[in-house]
Design a protein around this ligand. Sequence first.
Ligand code: DC
Length: 319
Amino acid sequence: MRYVYVHWQHDMPEAPSDLWYEIADDDFQNRTIEFYADGSVGFAIRSAAFDGSEDVEVGGTRNSTEGFPDLAEINSDSQFKASEVAAADFERRWGEALASRFRMTTGLTIAIDGPAGAGKGTLARRLADHYRLNLLDTGLTYRAVAHKLLELGLPLDNVSAAETAARQVDLSNLDRTVLSAHAVGEAASKVAVIPTVRRILVEKQRAFAKAPPGAVLDGRDIGTVVCPDADIKLYVTASAEVRARRRLAEIESMGGSADFATILADIERRDERDMGRASSPLKPAADAHLLDTSEMAIEAAFLAAMAIVDGVLAKRNKA
Ligand code: DC
């Protein structure tokens, strides 16, 4: 493993003032830290870049096919000055960068809303990983209530049993494997229309959002009801057909089979229930950034979201 410190000599306010690269054996960087002139820090972990399929930043430009350049090659570009450093030095700077990013994002809330299957869950996970924030998929809390009622064999409109189940929901103990079943999702959409269940769960979700170091929450009413003061609000959507196609591909990739028309009808029915209910219907907050992922890969959506978050962090850091 080689560690290289790359200093950007160009004097542009938007450009990183220093670049640090860790170069992996196969010539692809897998960790980058960037120090910006305004004191903010950017970093990336590119553990999946080894097959060359992902964009790799080389000397400040994007290059998806070439490996990391030689030091001589970087230095022949007058904008950069590269030198090899000791591993310990790199680790120290990496630690400082993480600590600095941690300080910058403390108290940050990112609210992500959108219909089922639009990609908001993946986006939320990527953002939480990147910015080191807590993550809550609020759909799981409604699923946990529905699962409890199904388990007890009670009807989904039994309000007092649903309220009791909602009070018992433990955010630190939500079992995604059990709760992700299709039937549980359908049932969740039904218990989610009960206003008192929503009140109880929203209170727990708000407490989660306030806990340090900050959080990414995804659901249907995060930007409108749970965290109306969120620093960043994203509304992620995609056409029902695209979402049905993705769901079918997911089922098939797990060795299952399903009928496209049935999935599409399910999605449309769920949209109607989530958008049409009286209590906190799914809709974009007035100040939400819209991300339509119909024609966009999740990586592109992540980069777009990251640009929005970085913009907010840069402003915060200047204030
Ligand atoms: O995102 P999901 O499929 O896990 O959500 C399951 C159901 O829970 C969804 O159909 C509507 C409801 N839900 C909600 O009403 N409000 C949220 N914030 C999250 C989910």
